[in-house]
Design a binder for this molecule. Structure first.
Ligand SMILES: Cc1ncc(COP(=O)(O)O)c(C=O)c1O
Length: 368
């Protein structure tokens, strides 16, 4: 029997799920389309009021001169780095060893653009000013991913970000923000999107993470930068004749959720505290700095999966639909808080956590 499949199946049948907003099914599109005016004209190859108004609105929200809608963040960011490399005549950028470009994009930056990457900081820490100061290489651009997703969504202190930004400006190094989860970090920093983006030359934001759209991304910067990005978008085949299904859902969910990120952040802290009371479990970071964190267990993957299956069946609460193996004796999974968490009755959640604590205890004493 395949345990992962079983956990996924059991998870799907639970009454409540802890993470995310809702199922990723077609209702998401149906719901939004039923609310929009069908007479509005669709966009065509990046032109038309629908796309242009949305781009203007996002540019204003991010405090940038201009913005371009892209089908994916992968495309938008490779293009951003290409533009900055061409500007400086140096095909080298720096970023974190676990950033999206390095581990999830099949070396797109290197294969498509022949851009070399300098990996900064230890993979378990965020990039700090000392990492940037200690760099020997001449680079065109530094990319910061905030929050650093693969290490539980950690963040540098805001003053350190400001110091990195100042240093890059002094040295003529472009600073790009992988802000796939930009709205998620604003409550911790107590800053507006505009304030954070002012530290960066270019910014990318995703519409399907905390915002909860279907797909799509915005890339923002000055006029000259976004003008060039449109040319590259066409070269990459990203200039779809119509992007409106993504744009209308992105805009709808952005409006629905842009004020809810403090709630997600508070809930993430509350939930992490519940996890940290369980034996054999810890969260990374211990106190979340956004709506996300990673749950680490001192149990092999198969054992944690078994516990999650029985816990979900007994309580009707889906903690996770997957578990990944860290090493032979430990495993983990990611949690990102959205709308769903608030729907779970608090008493039921507390009881489910008591059960989790108990089940891990039993598992550990059986193993002795
Ligand atoms: C931090 C980060 N950057 C970039 C991306 C790429 O986004 P897309 O899936 O739209 O290509 C992701 C997607 O998961 C991400 O998490």
């Amino acid at each position: 029997m395949n345990d992962t499949k079983t956990l996924r199946e059991v998870f799907k049948k639970t009454t409540y799920q802890i993470a995310g907003h809702s199922k990723r099914d077609l209702h998401q599109l149906q719901q939004v389309l039923s609310r929009v005016d069908g007479n509005v004209e669709g966009d065509m190859y990046g032109t038309g009021e629908l796309i242009e108004n949305f781009q203007r609105k996002m540019a204003e929200y991010l405090g940038k001169e201009s913005a371009v809608f892209f089908p994916s963040g992968t495309m938008a960011q490779q293009i951003a780095l290409r533009i900055w490399c061409d500007e400086k005549g140096i095909k080298k950028v720096a970023y974190h060893p676990l950033c999206h470009l390095e581990i999830h994009e099949e070396d797109g930056l290197k294969e498509l653009h022949q851009i070399e990457a300098v990996l900064l900081a230890d993979k378990n820490s965020v990039i700090e000013l000392d990492d940037v100061l200690g760099m020997d290489d001449d680079i065109a651009c530094l990319l910061l991913e905030l929050p650093q997703r693969e290490i539980g969504g950690q963040l540098p202190a805001y003053e350190n970000l400001e110091a990195i930004s100042r240093y890059c400006r002094e040295k003529g190094i472009r600073l790009h923000l992988d802000g796939a989860r930009l709205l998620e970090i604003l409550p911790y920093y107590q800053k507006t999107a505009e304030e954070v983006c002012a530290l960066f030359d270019s910014v990318y934001v995703s519409f399907y993470k905390g915002i909860g759209g279907i797909a799509g991304a915005i890339l923002a910067g000055d006029e000259d930068f976004t003008k060039q990005s449109k040319v590259w978008k066409r070269r990459h085949g990203g200039d779809l004749i119509s992007l409106y299904p993504y744009i209308v859902t992105a805009e709808y969910h952005f409006e629905q959720r842009k004020h809810k990120f403090s709630q997600y952040y508070e809930h993430a802290k509350e939930l992490a505290a519940l996890y940290n009371q369980c034996q054999g479990i810890s969260t990374r970071p211990t106190v979340p700095v956004s709506n996300m964190f990673h749950v680490h267990a001192d149990l092999p993957k198969e054992e944690l999966e078994r516990i999650m299956v029985s816990l979900s069946e007994e309580t009707g609460i889906g903690f996770t639909h997957y578990v990944r193996q860290d090493d032979e004796s430990s495993s983990s999974y990611e949690v990102s808080i959205g709308d769903r968490y608030a729907m779970i009755p608090k008493e039921e959640l507390a009881l489910a956590f008591e059960k989790l604590h108990q089940k891990i205890g039993e598992q550990k004493s059986n193993a002795v």
